[in-house]
Design a protein around this ligand. Structure first.
Ligand code: IVH
Length: 707
């Protein structure tokens, strides 16, 4: 099967971004730099919006941060901790403002003033501090936005964080949010100490702060002076301010340190000079603040508007981060190495003489693909300008031709897989080059195994990258099925695991135990583990929810190979699954070796029970009167813009459609509704006025679905 190249690139970008998210958020040790990360992120977002058929609710563009690390207790956030949308230019900022005007009906007139609060964007790690009756009861990192790590003992060791709120007027329950960070001076001192002690040094103050806060021993945290700025809040048992500016004053009164310099600014008409001045000023003072900032944050001042604007999946509509431009530095490419991924994609990576770019040590830059190398004529030995911007990754901005060594030759993309020697091919019209080794390619096999045991999939503790490599190289684990016979075979094909260097009875026992535990797996995680192209966590969940059991799912996927079949039709009818994902599913089930793997894992053989027991999907209880219903808005609404109406409906779990059909549950009609209302009446659908709709969603709010 051939893949259109944008679809491939999208998959690759999602994988790359997830990988680098984990390096950044979980390991506190990014491998690439901010500008490159931002570039990947933007490329993905642009591709996704140009190719809506590639929609994946699991895409990293719709999520925040990394997965919480093991070692700390996981705590759910009462109100999710989201990220912020990024602006990179004054134009992006204007787009943000016009989006606001479009959403809040009262701001349609461009002359209507919008008050904003502008603050520095601190480059640290966000934390939620829970106060009950004015006492600090919990501190939690952002984690994946929905749940974070319990770092209560550690935040208590931070002097800026009050154990008891000062003054009065604080809500009985209040989650204060802000950034834990390390000052530039403390960062340099810490690295000197670490170096003297032969311990690991940190690439930048942000990683140092994260590494210091996420210490299992709070005594270590307390030795590393950390600070905290408060700039937001999550759950609050009662409202305590009407504007962001007022909320800041309250937080200060209760004993928090605020991120300064902040300003309250107003834009009206085309005059946004105040914002631009604030941005320029901060950018110029950046180096002398004493702590790292990577841009400014602008927030709509009125809190009632913040509530109405609400959130898109990964960020609020009422705030935006305007990043400072990329920082650049020159270095030399020592080598260009081609890496093979799980799907066989060959990605060229530049290995660099390490260089400090705006506070981060950079030693790698991905070159994306063959065309990218050719376009920029990047060669081994070249001096290149590396740039990074914003909060994570690096890219090659260009080659310094004057410094090109004599006798340099253009990079020749290898025609053979560096791992297995199979041919590398590039389909006409595609950007990606792929290894044709399939099952014989060790790099692909290892990547697939890694995926199989990874956290969202089988989640086998103790089966990290290093051990996969180890078992693979010893020939003990070549396919996912081998993992589950490892214990049975222990000591037969190789000396017992407990006798290997670095292993013992306990660690071997623990690993086998973890494998046994992982052999009972819910359907959605099993589907994810198979590593089918484009099937991420959310798509796997969609499939599990629709087919409920492994037997039904497998039968349906095999039947869907016939495009005229009912099964094919059903697959495409799942909201969130398009042609391209369906093609990949069908292709997976067409491969005999995939079917053999499924058999081996999930069917009994030779009188033995199956290696894996895949549990049926347990649907969660639905909530809200309009959850899962399809609604169409038509005509002019009075109390809200169309965008606001759509956003509110979606927040209540409804699907908003553009046209009326037999599948529509509600049609909400405003003034001058035309043909859609007529069609709705003809079809006998439920037609509601704006007031009727508002009453319906109000009734549904926070109540369980009773029918
Ligand atoms: S407000 C609901 N204000 O930047 C939005 N965030 O890139 C709450 N950050 O996750 C965030 N300085 O960790 C806000 N003045 C500031 C900030 C700030 C830094 C962090 C925060 C956020 C990330 C997004």
């Amino acid at each position: 099967m051939t893949h259109p190249s944008p679809a491939d690139r999208i998959i690759e970008l999602r994988r790359l971004i997830r990988y680098h998210n984990d390096r950044y958020y979980v390991d506190d040790a990014p491998e690439i730099d901010d500008a490159e990360y931002d570039a990947l992120f933007r490329e993905l977002r642009d591709l996704e919006s140009a190719h809506p058929e590639s929609f994946d609710p699991d895409s990293p563009t719709r999520k925040v941060g990394g997965t919480p690390s093991a070692g700390f207790r996981k705590v759910p956030h009462a109100v999710p901790m989201t990220s912020l949308e990024n602006a990179f230019s004054a134009d992006d900022l204007r787009d943000f403002l016009s989006g606001i005007r479009n959403f809040i009906l009262e701001l349609r007139d461009p002359g209507a003033p919008i008050a904003l609060v502008a603050e520095p964007k601190i480059d640290g790690l966000s934390c939620s501090l829970r106060y009950e009756a004015g006492r600090l009861v919990a501190g939690t990192t952002r984690g994946n936005g929905a749940e974070g790590e319990d770092v209560t003992a550690n935040v208590r060791a931070i002097a800026d964080i009050p154990h008891r709120l000062k003054g009065d007027g604080w809500p009985a329950v209040l989650d204060v949010r802000g950034e834990v960070y390390m000052s530039d001076a403390d960062f340099l001192a810490l690295n000197e100490r670490q170096e003297a002690e032969g311990a690991k040094t940190f690439a930048n103050p942000r990683n140092a702060a994260a590494g210091s806060l996420r210490q299992l021993d709070p005594a270590v945290t307390s030795r590393r002076s950390l600070h905290f700025f408060a700039y937001a809040w999550g759950e609050s048992s009662e409202p305590f301010a009407q504007t962001q500016w007022e909320a800041r004053a309250k937080l200060a009164g209760w004993g928090f340190v605020l991120n300064e310099p902040a300003e309250q600014l107003t834009v009206s008409g085309s005059d946004d000079s105040g914002l631009l001045r604030y941005y320029d000023n901060l950018r110029d003072r950046r180096a002398s603040l004493g702590f790292s900032i990577d841009g400014i944050v602008m927030k709509i001042d009125r809190l009632d508007w913040q509530v109405r604007l609400g959130f898109v999946s990964r960020a609020p509509r009422w705030a935006i981060a305007w990043k400072f431009p990329p920082e650049q530095a020159a270095t030399v490419i020592s080598r260009i190495v081609v890496q093979i991924g799980r799907t066989g994609k060959a990605t060229p990576v530049a290995h660099l003489v390490p260089v400090n770019v705006g506070g981060v040590l950079v030693s790698r830059a991905t070159l994306h693909n063959e065309d990218e190398i050719r376009r920029k004529d990047i060669r081994e030995g070249d001096t290149v300008v590396i740039q990074r911007a914003g909060d994570v990754i690096p890219q090659v901005a260009g080659v310094v031709l004057e410094r090109r060594p004599a006798g340099s030759v253009p990079f020749r993309f290898p025609s053979e897989c560096p791992e297995c020697g199979s041919r590398l091919v590039r389909e006409p019209g595609e950007a990606g080059t792929y290894c044709t080794g399939g099952l014989v390619c060790a790099a692909q096999a290892r990547e697939r195994l890694r995926h199989f045991v990874s956290r969202g999939a089988l989640d086998i503790e103790g089966m990290g990258d290093k051990n996969i490599e180890l078992f693979y190289d010893k020939g003990l684990v070549r396919t996912p099925a081998d993992i589950f016979t490892l214990e049975l075979r222990d000591g037969r094909e190789a000396p017992p695991l407990a006798t290997w260097t670095g292993w013992g009875e306990i660690s071997a026992h623990k690993l086998f135990e973890a494998i046994r535990r992982a052999s009972v797996v819910p359907l959605d995680r099993f589907i994810l583990a198979l590593g089918i192209r484009q099937v991420g966590e959310a798509t796997a969940r969609l499939l599990a929810r629709r087919y409920l059991s492994l037997v039904r799912w497998r039968a349906a996927m095999e039947a869907a190979a016939d495009p005229a079949s009912e099964a094919h039709h059903e697959l495409l009818s799942i909201e969130g699954i398009g042609e391209s994902v369906a093609d990949d599913l069908v292709a997976f089930f067409r491969e005999p070796h995939n079917l053999a793997l499924l058999d081996r894992l999930t069917l009994p053989s030779g009188g033995e029970p199956p290696l894996l027991s895949v549990g049926d999907f347990q649907p969660p209880a639905a909530a809200g009167a309009v959850a899962g219903k399809t609604v169409v808005f038509t005509g002019t609404l009075e109390t809200m813009s169309r965008s606001e109406a759509k956003a509110r409906a979606e927040a209540m779990g409804a699907n908003v459609a553009g046209s009326v059909s037999g599948k529509t549950d509600y049609v909400v009609v405003g003034a001058d509704a035309g043909s859609k209302e007529k069609k709705a009446r003809e079809l006998g659908l439920t037609v509601l006025s704006e007031a009727g709709w508002l009453a319906l969603i109000d009734r549904g709010r926070g109540r369980d679905n009773d029918g």
